[in-house]
Design a protein around this ligand. Structure first.
Ligand code: TYM
Length: 335
């Protein structure tokens, strides 16, 4: 058994600071972050080193880091209950990344569907994109994490992290806590509004494909009213045959707390227009308080203080784990 200094199960997750968070990020992942902080020790990271796997403007990246930190807090992550910090402020992530790179295989990394889709059709891709899941494993293992709340698209990365941790534990020495992924029953995969066969994504080119948490009421209305549905006119949850309507119903249900059955009953005999109009209201009302809090936090001096404090607290945990990892591999002088 690994000796850790935890008093509660530990949660770790991260989000890339690559533009504004959308409803998929919120409903699939960040909503869980808020829930979990009540009875877990939670560590939430802004993964700026993952963001540079694709080219970034340095000034804009720093701004996006602060935008994301403010959004974390605006949705309800409390920096006094949870640790919020920037990945590159804790050097252990890069250090452990290398050690895990030496304990992972090109074969398993080549099977990652996210790498396959991002590199599809290209003769060559940045090595960082290929090794992205190893850095993600380092993020998680650096904190003796028990639970990783994420959306469905990260399932394969979590499995890889578990495989690497188990491999080191079994073949070298018991060193890592093997984490579990945590996925929402509803909302773990929110689809694009313009194409419900694709997940909602930050990299979408059509602005009406996503709803950002900072979208203004008019933009929310336009995107929802334009959302792709189908031609049978019935409000019924059926992901296979009615992916567009089912996606909109999921957003409605999760934000309003109403069950799918109640939504189906309320809209029996009504058309998509009525349902979409009400969904616009539900989304606008859910996002308005987040946006108001965001504006207060984003330019406050407390924001930087909270991130520095978060990095110190995260760094202290990481240091203990890194000492154990270095001992396992015989790195450094062991002092
Ligand atoms: P990122 O920044 O792409 O997404 C952040 C979180 O949002 C979830 N998500 C979704 N959930 C439901 N529907 C969607 N359409 C949707 N799109 C995104 C993602 O699953 C994720 O949970 N690799 C991670 C960042 C990361 C990380 C980590 C996560 C780096 N290190 C360690 C957990 C632990 C990512 O790309 O997130």
């Amino acid at each position: 058994m690994i000796k850790t200094n935890k008093t509660k199960p530990r949660v770790f997750s991260g989000v890339q600071p690559s533009g504004n968070l959308h409803l998929g990020n919120y409903l699939g992942a960040i909503r869980q972050f808020v829930e979990l902080q009540e009875d877990h020790e939670c560590i939430y990271c802004i993964v700026d080193m993952h963001a540079i796997t694709v080219p970034q403007d340095p000034k804009a990246l720093r701004e996006h880091v602060l935008d994301l930190a403010s959004l974390y807090m605006a949705v309800g992550i409390d920096p006094r209950k949870s640790i919020i910090f920037v990945q590159s402020d804790v050097p252990g992530h890069a250090e452990l990344n290398w050690i895990l790179t030496c304990n992972s295989y090109t074969g398993e990394l080549s099977r990652m569907t996210q790498f396959k889709s991002k590199s599809h059709g290209k003769e060559s891709s940045p090595t960082g994109l290929f090794c992205y899941p190893v850095l993600m494993a380092a993020d998680i293992l650096l904190y003796d994490t028990d639970i990783v709340p994420v959306g469905n698209d990260q399932k394969q990365h979590i499995e890889l992290c578990r495989d690497i941790a188990t491999r080191v534990n079994n073949t070298i020495k018991e060193t890592f806590v093997v984490p579990e992924g945590r996925f929402m029953k509803a909302g773990a995969r929110i689809m694009a509004l313009d194409d419900p066969t694709q997940k909602m994504s930050k990299s979408a080119t059509n602005i009406h494909s996503t709803i950002s948490l900072l979208d203004q009421p008019n933009k929310i209305k336009k995107s929802i009213m334009k959302a792709t549905t189908d031609s049978d006119g019935e409000i019924r949850f059926d992901v296979e045959n009615k992916p567009g309507v089912s996606n909109l119903m999921t957003i409605y249900s999760v934000l309003s707390g109403e069950s799918m059955a109640d939504i189906e009953t309320s809209y029996r005999g009504k058309g998509y227009g009525d349902f979409k109009k009400d969904l616009v209201g539900v989304v606008q009302e859910s996002l308005a308080p987040i946006q108001a809090r965001y504006e207060e936090i984003r330019h406050s001096e407390q924001l930087i203080r909270d991130l520095k404090d978060g990095a110190e607290r995260a760094g202290a945990i990481a240091e203990v784990v890194m000492k154990r990892v270095k001992d396992t591999f015989g790195l450094g002088l062991g002092m």
